[in-house]
Design a protein around this ligand. Structure first.
Ligand SMILES: [Zn+2]
Length: 404
């Protein structure tokens, strides 16, 4: 009896050990399986601008230089990428610059017909996924690129643009940006260089977009523009790359009442992976970094008044300091949790802002780390159904609802 008792005990210990060993194994296999089985859609990536400004080719190996390139998008399991067409408010002829960026994307697709295809409709999207080609979509980031002409909006739509971000950081004559509205509030002038909110022409633009089937993107817009736009739009809106103000109070994150309004509108908020829009702690460290290097920064700002040029330069110069400031990637899921708590899992997606930001959380060095986010979602108990919606299902619904 004693003998067999020991045997039973040994078997039990062995089984328990095997069980414990198998947990991390099956868990680590499982998140990759979930990730690669689902359709992954990212609603904002700035590689077009990065490639054009640096003379890079998207279909060459850009590892170590960018967050993404064609092969790494495939490796990340990306099914559909919305490429951002962008220029700042100082660019001369922004409409032709936007077209130049679209030409570049077309050239990438032409060179890689086996790997990429242009997606203009939900049925194109379905086809791209089926053929395992990178579904390539266009989003225009900044209303200034239509140069106040509805005909330019139509033309961009015809070339494939499926969202227009009403403003970037600069306001247009017909819509005020989050940056200018918050500056106006701080200075107490109550009025930026343009009017606040949407002008009658701004409302006309929204109606035209609704008619065309072009999504209204409310990332970057001021609160007044946000409320005017959401009341004007007859279709569900997109917020292509923004996070939650209550977790990270920066000028262009969404306040809870805005999130609730997007839930009612049937819209979609896509998580931005920029450390500074995710973590207030990072904001603090970044401010300290700016103070520490103030002298250098001020002289850079004299060369170019847009702060991102100076920031970019200093980040490259002091990589170790910058590395230590990064938050953990679980902060992304904190923001998702917050939105889900307010309006449910039908209104969350991903809009990484890869290649448009100079800091991403630890463990998310480039686009190939995407499955790590899914791992964190599984760890927190997200259902497979919700993960499928967040990774791409919600965007597909939004796209269909805008184009019908
Ligand atoms: Zn942006």
């Amino acid at each position: 009896m004693i003998f067999s008792g020991i045997k039973i005990k040994r078997t039990a210990v062995l089984l328990a050990a095997l069980f414990i060993l198998s947990i991390p194994f099956s868990y680590s296999q499982d998140y990759k399986k979930v990730h690669f089985k689902n359709v992954l859609i990212d609603t904002h990536n700035d590689i077009l601008t990065t490639a054009l400004e640096n003379g890079y080719r998207f279909d060459q190996n850009l590892k170590g230089r960018t967050h993404s390139d064609l092969n790494r998008m495939k490796e990340a399991g990306m099914d559909v990428q919305i490429f951002s067409v962008w220029c700042d408010g100082y660019k001369q002829n922004p409409f032709s610059y936007a077209n130049r960026q679209i030409d570049t994307l077309y050239a990438w697709i032409d060179r890689n017909p086996e790997k990429m295809m242009l997606v203009k409709t939900p049925s194109d999207l379905k086809k791209a996924v089926k053929l395992q080609k990178l579904g390539s979509m266009i989003g225009v980031e900044g209303g200034h690129m239509i140069e106040n002409k509805l005909s330019n909006l139509d033309s961009l739509f015809n070339r494939g643009a499926r969202y227009l971000t009403l403003t970037w950081n600069n306001s247009t004559e017909w819509a005020s940006s989050a940056m200018e509205e918050s500056r106006a509030a701080k200075s107490g002038s109550g009025r930026p260089s343009t009017q606040l909110g949407l002008s009658p022409f701004g409302k006309e633009i929204i109606s035209r977009m609704n008619k065309l089937g072009m999504m209204v993107d409310l990332s970057h817009v001021g609160e007044k523009t946000f409320w005017d736009a959401i009341q004007t739009s007859s279709k569900p809106v997109i917020v292509s790359h923004s996070n939650c103000y209550s977790l990270c109070p920066v000028f262009r994150n969404l306040k809870d009442e805005q999130i609730i309004a997007i839930g009612k509108n049937g819209g979609l908020i896509n998580m931005n992976f920029y450390s500074g829009f995710l973590s207030p702690e990072y904001q603090k460290l970044d401010d300290e970094f700016k103070v520490k290097h103030k002298q250098e920064r001020d002289s850079l700002l004299k060369l170019n008044p847009e702060p991102y040029f100076a920031n970019e330069y200093l980040f490259k110069k002091y990589p170790l300091e910058v590395q230590q400031m990064r938050p953990g990637l679980s902060v992304i899921v904190d923001h998702m949790d917050h939105i889900i708590k307010l309006i449910g899992a039908d209104h969350v997606g991903f809009g990484s802002d890869f290649d448009g930001v100079n800091s991403t959380p630890q463990g998310l060095d480039d686009i190939t780390a995407y499955p790590e986010i899914i791992k964190e979602m599984i760890k927190r108990g997200y259902s497979k159904k919700d993960i499928r919606k967040i990774m791409g299902g919600n965007f597909i619904r939004l796209f269909k609802n805008n184009m019908n």
